[in-house]
Structures are given as structure tokens and as C-alpha cells.
Design a protein around this ligand. Structure first.
Ligand code: COA
Length: 390
């Protein structure tokens, strides 16, 4: 029995900032962001969009009357959590009208936690082959105005169904992990924005990749040349390029620009448009690969690297299932990205600078969200989520 990803959908905010606009304001050459970081736009949430509304919009297309009561578990991965106690997935469970006999839990380890969720989901399905698990990863990446990380902000959520005999990707049992206690990126409970040592995080990311790959080899995984494509965690697109060149060198392969484009190019399209989505980034990269690679990848192996600062890395692998293209959601994703509203710099500052009031009063938010769900307000410290049009 194979186990893996059967269906995948992602969502970003209704607004975006072109990085050329940010470059102009910051007095930077636009090519620093476009070429140097590999990014074109960043998703900017309105006040009535948060990780719950992004997640519910991502998950909505995956739920049908046929599977509504078969989804036994929601695993919600995030590092921009909205509550220290309640799992954000419980709100999503209600918004998606899933069955009440469903377990829901939230997982955290920076950008890595969706991969822990995927491995746990595979374990649940291995024990109970009829089970379907919905994994959701949703994050809003905030570094702050005028910081070096500002151009690598963004937001997005991804949802996928893990089940037996999946239609998109079968996940291999072999994987390699690496953990080390380092301070390359963190966000103390009292802060809205992350603290990051960006250059150090790049070095640690590459170290975690090398060590995870070594552990993957020891676990009996595939050889580098058995992979057709690779997807990497994407804090910014250029990071994947650095990582892939490093992994090639580690394996004695000389990486040309053409081979680089062939092996990772299609995985970068969507993240170029939405920016960093932390825990969702690798999985939006997988959707990008499956939906944008010109070649039919049926039966091909893909290498996957997940990284979360602090740090945990995992290298794992998958095989693309025959007929996967019939189940990809390319048009919906392209339409969603194209329908977003462009912001100018002052509007970006207004939207990205807002936070949820913490005074316990009654606050109703203006209706600005795109999609199907919105955070209507906060009343007495309780977030109020509604379906748009309700
Ligand atoms: N044209 C093309 N490329 C240009 C350029 C231009 N005009 N100007 C600069 N560049 C390149 C630089 O050479 C550099 O590329 P390199 O890394 O391959 O050498 C890249 O653009 C970035 O420039 P740099 O000066 O290093 O940028 P920075 O100091 O402003 O910050 C980061 C870059 C990535 C360190 C910063 O955005 C950051 O900290 N981001 C957060 C990272 C993160 O999320 N880490 C945690 C999770 S992994």
C-alpha cells in the first residue's frame, strides 16, 4: 500500500506588494530582490485575514460531501500562531463543516512543522488504511519595516489530504533528519515580528541540508542521480538555488544553469508571487512543481528538503503518481494569484502594520478579505470568523 498526498490546494491574501515598489521606497536596485532574492511580489493580508482564514480558504476545495466525514484528523502547522492554547485548526474544522469525530491539533517548529505533520499523517494512515488526514500549514511572515528581512515577508496557506493509494505523490518511508539548538530565527511570545540573523540562517540551512542528506543516505534512500526534480523550503527563491548547488557538489555533480532550471525551476513559480509562507512554503513549492513543470513527471522521483530554524531539517522523497495532472488545481491557483489587488507603498504600511487589538473590547473589522472566509472582529478576546456573505 502506498501512502501520500492525494490532493493539494493553497491560498494567499487578497492583496500583494510588488517588490519593485518596495525597492524604490528602500532605495535598492529592484534586481536585488528580483534576481538576488528571486522574489517578485509579497502577499499582504488585510486586517480581516489571518492564518485561520487563509487556511480555511486553502482547505475548502479539498472537502466534499463524500469525504467530509472521512477526514479523521486535522494537523495544523504554523509558526505564527494566534493563541497559546486553542489550536487554529479547530476554527477551520468548523468553517469547513467537518465531522465532529475528528481530532484537531496544532504543531510548531518554525517552517519545518508541516513535514512533521505529514510524517504523522502517514503514520495514522499506516495504522488505519481507510483514514484521511488533512494537513494544513498557514503562516504570515513578518520581519518589520526597514529590516533586511522585509523583502522576504509574505503569507500563504496550503492544505493537503494524506491517504492510502494517493493520486499525486507517494511518500517514501526513508527520510533523514538533523536537529541542532541554534538561534538563527525566533519569535518570542511577546513579539509580532520575528528576530532573524539572516546570513547565519542561510549557513545553518545549508548545514542542515548536508546533514539531513547524509542521514537520508544512511537510511537507504535514493541516490542523487535517481531524482528528476527537487523541492526545497523557500524563505526566498534564491535559497533553493543555493541549496541545490550545495547538494550537487556534495554528490560530486557539476550543476549547470540549465540543469538547475530543469530540476528546481518549476517549484519556484508560486513563491515568487506570494513571498515567504514559512511552514507552507515547501508544500506550495510542491504544488508549483506538479502544476507548472512542462514534462510529464509520472513515475519520477522527487527529493524534498524541509527546514525550520532553530533548527530541524529533514530530507525525504516521493514518487509522482501516474495521472497526477488530472487532479492538479493549477487554474484555480493561477486565477487566485492574478485576482489579487496590487498595493502601493503607503497602503502596504497601513495593512501590514495593523495588529489585532488586545484590549478585550469589541472591535469589528472592515470587510476587505478576498476568498470565502473573514475574521469579522474580536469581541471580548474572542476571534469571530464568518463566511463572507453571511
Ligand atoms: N542585482 C542582483 N543581485 C543583487 C543585487 C543586484 N543589484 N544586489 C544584491 N544582490 C544579491 C546579493 O549578491 C545577494 O546574493 P547572494 O546571497 O547570492 O550573494 C542577494 O542579492 C541578497 O543581498 P544581501 O546584501 O545579502 O541582502 P540583505 O543583507 O539585505 O538580506 C537576507 C538578505 C536573505 C539575509 C534577508 O532578506 C533576510 O534575513 N531574510 C530572512 C531570511 C530567513 O527567513 N531566514 C530564516 C528561514 S530559512
Amino acid at each position: 500500500m502506498s501512502i501520500g498526498i492525494d490532493d493539494i490546494s493553497f491560498y494567499s491574501s487578497g492583496m500583494y506588494l510588488p517588490l519593485a515598489t518596495l525597492a524604490e521606497h528602500n532605495g535598492e536596485d529592484p534586481d536585488k530582490y528580483r534576481i538576488g532574492l528571486g522574489q517578485d511580489r509579497m502577499g499582504v493580508p488585510s486586517q480581516d485575514e489571518d492564518i485561520v482564514t487563509l487556511a480555511a480558504n486553502a482547505g475548502r476545495p479539498l472537502v466534499t460531501d463524500d469525504n467530509r466525514n472521512s477526514i479523521s484528523t486535522i494537523l495544523f502547522a504554523t509558526e505564527s500562531s494566534i493563541d497559546q492554547s486553542k489550536a487554529a485548526g479547530v476554527y477551520v474544522h468548523r468553517l469547513l463543516q467537518l465531522g465532529s469525530n475528528c481530532r484537531v491539533v496544532e504543531l510548531k517548529q518554525a517552517c519545518y512543522s508541516a513535514t512533521a505533520a505529514l510524517q504523522m499523517a502517514c503514520g495514522i494512515v499506516a495504522r488505519k488504511p481507510d483514514a484521511q488526514v488533512m494537513v494544513i500549514a498557514s503562516d504570515i511572515a513578518r520581519y518589520g519595516f526597514g529590516t533586511p528581512g522585509e523583502a522576504t515577508q509574505g503569507c500563504g496557506a496550503v492544505a493537503f489530504i494524506v491517504k492510502s493509494n494517493p493520486r499525486l505523490l507517494s511518500i517514501h518511508a526513508e527520510s533523514g533528519c538533523y536537529s541542532e539548538d541554534v538561534m538563527d530565527f525566533w519569535r518570542p511570545n511577546y513579539r509580532d515580528t520575528a528576530l532573524v540573523d539572516g546570513k547565519y540562517s542561510t549557513i545553518i540551512y545549508l548545514k542542515a541540508l548536508r546533514q539531513s542528506w547524509k542521514n537520508y543516505e544512511e537510511a537507504g534512500g535514493l541516490a542523487f542521480d535517481q531524482f528528476s526534480r527537487f523541492c526545497y523550503h523557500l524563505p526566498f527563491g534564491k535559497m533553493a538555488e543555493k541549496a541545490h548547488r550545495k547538494l550537487a557538489v556534495t554528490n560530486g555533480v557539476s550543476m549547470t544553469d540549465e540543469l538547475l532550471e530543469q530540476q528546481i525551476g518549476a517549484s519556484l513559480h508560486y513563491s515568487r508571487q506570494i513571498g515567504n509562507s514559512y511552514s507552507a512554503a515547501l508544500y506550495i513549492g510542491i504544488a508549483s512543481l506538479l502544476e507548472n513543470d512542462a514534462e510529464d513527471l509520472s513515475g519520477k522521483h522527487i527529493g524534498l528538503f524541509s527546514y525550520g530554524s532553530g533548527c530541524v531539517g529533514e530530507f525525504f522523497s516521493a514518487t509522482v503518481q501516474p495521472g497526477y495532472r488530472e487532479h492538479a488545481r493549477r487554474q484555480a491557483h493561477v486565477d487566485m494569484l492574478e485576482q489579487r489587488q496590487e498595493l502601493d507603498y503607503p497602503s502596504y504600511v497601513v495593512h501590514f502594520g495593523r495588529s489585532v487589538p488586545a484590549d478585550g473590547g469589541r472591535h469589528d473589522f472592515a470587510e476587505e478579505a478576498a476568498g470565502y472566509y473573514r475574521l469579522a472582529g474580536v469581541h471580548d478576546h474572542k476571534r469571530i470568523y464568518t463566511e463572507i456573505g453571511d
